[in-house]
Design a protein around this ligand. Structure first.
Ligand code: GLY
Ligand code: MN
Ligand code: MN
Length: 447
């Protein structure tokens, strides 16, 4: 992996922490607290009757401060001075301490080793009013803290997280660069040989130098009909090939850097025959409309308006492909475009793949799965991910509806084995328009 420029990252981090600290101080003062205690998380058992644990997923409120993946740590943030980082010193001969790729962040904290929970309690000043951010209610009780994740603190913090600092944008950029290596490797592997979904998933992990639990979300790797399953993660272990060798690969996979994740989708087609070439035209159509939507994004626009606009472009692709014989307006107004493109156009991105703060209001009833209902703001990072899919249960409903005669069902049948297409990039909103973090590293989604 080509490392990002460390001194620059460290300097951006210092500014990130200064801003974050000021914002926390402002928020907890307004809410009437003297400080906050933020827990990193607890290791979770796979199931109650087992003695195995899932790899830790650090809680985002903690990860916003530092990229340390360690259970049972806590931050104590108060006005003035450096935040305290409480780290367990327990001797553990079962597992090694976490590896940190860079250590620039430690100097921003007063690091205190703690032997146990009562030692943690002595680091929280008696007589002060703290809010506890975390899931471990028993720890909050032991620390004598009764305000657990109070909305007057978490809501403004979530809003703050919609606008990324230059440090966070640099991390998201690096997460895109790393994922792009994996996407390029998979496209190459797909065109060179017939591999199984599992082989391709493993190749993505190898290409991005990530273990499975490090990925921002479980890789979605689908061949053929499985591309119609929006979150296909039950990888087939044998290669699939249709009769004429036509095949599609949809890869929706990202990489993590310092806690921040990318979320990228590419769809590839290979093989001869009419279905492969018609499907290739749909992929090109989605690629073009996706790029158009990235250009249309601008500060002040309601993201849901962009989503609604995308349905008109998807409708045009459905017409051009010969799937729908209706006008663009009929395709949109009758709900046909939502049969072929049922999910939202995108979502906020950051420490969580579906990041917080951009879905405070519910979408309109015809967009039930839209996860971004914000007005697009400066320094927001979000995805733009239109798609066209052949999803059997949704097609059955359409077949039984009044509008069914407006669909060329032979065409649908011929294309259904190719599953579907999604193209997804991560963008950061600048004054002059969207800056595409993905395309800076991964040129094009059409082979
Ligand atoms: N990878 C999940 C999503 O695109 O939302
Ligand atoms: Mn996404
Ligand atoms: Mn995705």
């Amino acid at each position: 992996m080509q490392p990002i420029d460390t001194p620059q990252l460290a300097s951006l981090y210092r500014s990130h922490i200064a801003l974050l600290k000021a914002e926390f101080e402002r928020i907890f003062a307004v809410a009437g607290y003297d400080g906050v205690v933020i827990h990193s998380g607890v290791a979770k058992k796979r199931c109650d009757v087992d003695d195995q644990y899932w790899p830790l997923r650090v809680l985002p409120h903690f990860a916003e401060w530092l990229p340390l993946i360690q259970a049972d740590c806590a931050l104590v943030i108060e006005a003035g001075g450096s935040p305290k980082l409480l780290r367990p010193t327990t001797i553990d001969f079962w597992e090694a301490p976490p590896i940190v790729e860079y250590d620039y962040f430690f100097e921003q904290f007063n690091v205190v080793g703690i032997k146990n929970r009562s030692a943690m309690k002595s680091e929280v000043s008696a007589g002060k009013r703290y809010a506890f951010l975390g899931e471990d209610r028993s720890l909050a009780a032991e620390l004598g803290l009764t305000a657990i994740n109070p909305a007057e603190i978490t809501k403004p913090l979530e809003r703050y997280r919609t606008r990324k600092s230059p440090y966070e944008i640099a991390c998201l950029d690096e997460a895109n660069r790393r994922a792009a290596v994996g996407h390029e490797a998979l496209a190459k592997a797909f065109y060179q040989a017939d591999l199984s979904e599992l082989d391709l998933h493993l190749a993505f992990l190898a290409g991005t130098r990530q273990d499975d639990p490090e990925t921002p979300y479980k890789n979605i790797v689908a061949l053929g009909r499985n591309c119609a399953t929006l979150h296909h993660i039950s990888y087939r272990k044998t290669p699939s090939l249709s009769a004429n060798g036509a095949m599609t690969l949809l890869v929706d996979a990202g990489a993590t850097f310092q806690g921040y994740g990318s979320d990228i989708t590419r769809t590839w087609v290979k093989g001869a025959g009419a279905a492969a070439s018609s499907f290739g035209a749909i992929v090109s159509g989605v690629e073009k409309l996706q790029q158009l939507l990235c250009k249309r994004a601008q500060v002040g626009l309601a993201y849901e308006d962009l989503h609604n606009e995308s349905h008109h472009y998807v409708a045009a692709v459905l017409r051009e492909a010969g799937i729908a014989r209706l006008s663009v307006d009929e395709i949109v107004n009758s709900g046909v475009s939502r049969t072929f493109f049922p999910h939202g156009l995108g979502h906020s991105l950051g420490l969580q793949v579906h990041d917080v703060g951009c879905a405070e209001i519910a979408p309109n009833s015809n967009n039930p799965f839209l996860r971004n209902t914000s007005v697009i703001g400066l320094d927001q990072v979000f995805t733009i991910e239109p798609g066209v899919y052949f999803i059997e249960p949704l097609l059955s409903e359409l077949r039984a509806s009044k509008i069914a005669s407006g669909i060329d069902w032979k065409c649908v049948e011929a294309l259904s084995p190719m599953g579907g297409v999604r193209i997804e990039d991560d963008i950061v909103m600048r004054k002059g328009g969207a800056e595409n973090l993905t395309r800076a590293h991964l040129a094009n989604s059409v082979a």
